[in-house]
Structures are given as C-alpha cells and as structure tokens.
Design a protein around this ligand. Structure first.
Ligand code: HEM
Length: 314
C-alpha cells in the first residue's frame, strides 16, 4: 500500500493516467454493489450484471469495502500478466480460496507460483502431444447420456449443463489424474458434484468480500471443502500407492501428472491441492464454453439442440 504522495510519484514516473470513472453506489461502503452481486450470483446473472461495469469505462474504480479497480484495458492487462508481472500479487484472493483449494497456481505468488505453474506447463505440453483421441470415449459417453436424458424427458428438452460438467470432469480426471471419475460409485460422484458446487459458490462470495472473507464461512462450507479434498486425495493416493508398489517408471505411464507433481512436492497433501486447482480451472470453464458454443452455433435451434457427433467434432 502506497501513501498518497508515493502514489502520485509512482504514477508520474510510470505515466499512469488517473482513473476517472467510478462505479456509482448509494449505500455506505458501497454495500449496495455487494448486495447486487450477491443477488446476481445465485440468479445466474453475474455476467450480465458485470458487463454493465465493463461498459462504463475501460478502467473503473470500485469502492466496495475499500478501493479496487476493474480493467478491461488491453494495456493494463498486458502489464499485469506479462510486462510488469512481478509488480502484482494475488492479493486477497488467497484468503477467499485457500480453504477450498489449498496451495496452487490460484492461491500462490512468487517462486511458489512459478514452481506450480512450471509443473502444470509440462503436463499441458504432454497432453498436446497426445492429440485428441483420448477424448473420444468421453464424447461418446456425453452423446449417450444426452440421448438417454432426451428419451426419458417428457418434453424432450434436456438441461445440458450437468452433462457438460460430467464430461469435463471425466476428461480432467482421466487425462490428468490417470483415473476416470466414472470409476467411483455414483453416490461419491453425486457427493463430489454437490460439495464442489456449494463450496465454489461460497468461495465466489468470499472472493467478493476480499479482506473480509473470514467473516463468511457458513455452516457446511468447511464440510463441503473437506468432501472435495477427500475426493482429490483419493486420486492422489491411488497413483502414489501404485508408485510405491510398482516403481516410478511404471506409475509414470499411467499417472504421469501425479508422479510429476510428487517429484516436485514430496507431500501428498500438496499433490492433492494441485489436483484441485486443475479441477477448478478445467471443469466449469470448459463446460460453460461448450454450452455457449452450442448456444451460438447457428445450425442448432436454441430450444432443441441436436447434439450429434459432427456437432461435437466441428
Ligand atoms: C474454455 C475454458 C477455459 C477458460 C475460459 C479459462 C479461463 C481462464 C482464466 C480467465 C484464467 C485466469 C484466472 C486468474 O488467475 O485470474 C485461467 C487460468 C488458468 N487456467 Fe484456464 N480456462 C479454461 C480452461 C482451462 C483448462 C481445461 C485448464 C486445465 C485443465 C486450465 C488451466 C488453467 C491454469 C493452470 C490457469 C492458471 C494460470 C496461472 O496462474 O498462471 N484452464 N483460465
């Protein structure tokens, strides 16, 4: 945190322009903005709500419970992510996410972040080399499950979201964890879905509370986080037990990611945390992109999408 005169000196040394746009608010500490976000989240209208922020100006000041900024200015984004990367830290995000995710790219800074990021980068490079064939059985499962749901539905309308979540979870666990999520009993899979959805929802609220994240820990949150962690520990333990029994080389063939994590961490809980970071990175993001792709694909009616192999492969 800089003093005002230091702030000014820093700004003039780096040619920073003042941030003129401020998000208007009515309640003290801009609590009305927080409340509107709070309402938009369960109503699934967050994107719509936040788009209005972005439309105000490329960079705006937002004074909810303290000063913050939102920017869509490409120059600022480039500075944060590349040219001035070392000047920025995660800030209060760690506080909001640590209970659910533990240590990994989304909660770390500095050398710890670089270490986690490098291990993930190696794995993504490996997956790129493997090509798309590994996705085929999961695409087949997705198509089958949507077709079944359509047959069973009285209206013929299918909510695709749970099917996409199941698909992205299956690809993440199979390709990265070396063990498909579908190998778990249905009750465990349902429990993971409920725990993960609830824990992510509460974490999203905690992120918005910034420094005050600690005040919001509803009953059930810790329990849900524990459930998610146990789920990830299952995959970590399975691979590492296999490694202890059969040796590193044999284990690397099936559990390359987890063995690589082990070599970099030598701690089962830290390995588990890394799996959770990949889970949060890959599940909802990719599932939402799939939904959006179907929504904007002109050849598909938005009301009755026909999900076919050719749709999926284009
Ligand atoms: C369409 C799908 C995806 C979208 C829209 C997306 C979006 C993003 C965004 C916005 C970030 C920056 C988050 C932040 O730190 O503020 C991010 C980071 C990241 N994503 Fe994705 N993501 C997608 C899929 C995936 C998948 C499938 C994986 C891996 C399984 C992945 C791995 C990561 C990782 C490791 C980071 C952290 C990078 C870092 O801190 O350096 N993402 N993603």
């Amino acid at each position: 945190m800089l003093l005002p005169q230091e702030d000014e000196a820093f700004a003039s040394a780096h040619g920073c322009q003042p941030v003129l746009a401020t998000l208007p608010y009515r309640w003290p500490f801009a609590l009305d903005l927080l409340k509107r976000q709070w309402d938009a989240l369960p109503a699934k209208r967050l994107l719509e709500f936040q788009t209005a922020y972005m439309a105000t100006a490329p960079t705006i000041r937002i004074n909810v419970l303290g000063e913050g900024y939102i920017t869509t200015d490409p120059g600022n984004i480039e500075a944060v992510l590349t040219t001035r990367f070392d000047d920025f830290v995660m800030g209060v995000r760690r506080l909001g996410l640590l209970t659910l995710l533990g240590e990994g790219v989304f909660t770390q800074d500095g050398s710890a972040w670089k270490h986690s990021r490098e291990i993930l980068r190696r794995q993504f490079a490996r997956l790129r080399e493997d090509g798309l064939a590994a996705f085929t059985p999961h695409v087949d499962d997705l198509l089958d499950s949507v077709a079944r749901a359509s047959d069973e539905s009285a209206t013929g309308i299918v909510d695709l979201q749970p099917h996409f979540f199941e698909y992205t979870l299956a690809t993440t666990t199979d390709l990265l964890f070396g063990e498909p999520h579908s190998s778990l009993p249905q009750a465990d899979r349902d429990a993971l879905r409920d725990n993960f959805d609830y824990a992510s929802h509460i974490s999203a609220i905690r992120l918005r509370l910034a420094e005050f994240a600690w005040i919001y820990r509803p009953r059930g949150y810790r329990e849900a986080c524990r459930g998610v962690r146990q789920w990830a520990q299952f995959f970590a333990d399975k691979a590492l037990d296999y490694m202890e029994e059969h040796g590193e080389e044999a284990a690397s063939e099936r559990y390359a990611f987890i063995v690589d994590l082990w070599k970099g961490m030598h701690d089962r809980q830290l390995v588990r945390d890394q799996l959770l970071h990949v889970l949060i990175a890959g599940r909802d993001t990719t599932a939402c992109l799939l939904s959006w792709t179907l929504q904007v694909t002109p050849s598909l009616s938005p009301h009755k999408p026909k999900l076919t192999r050719s749709t999926v492969s284009t």
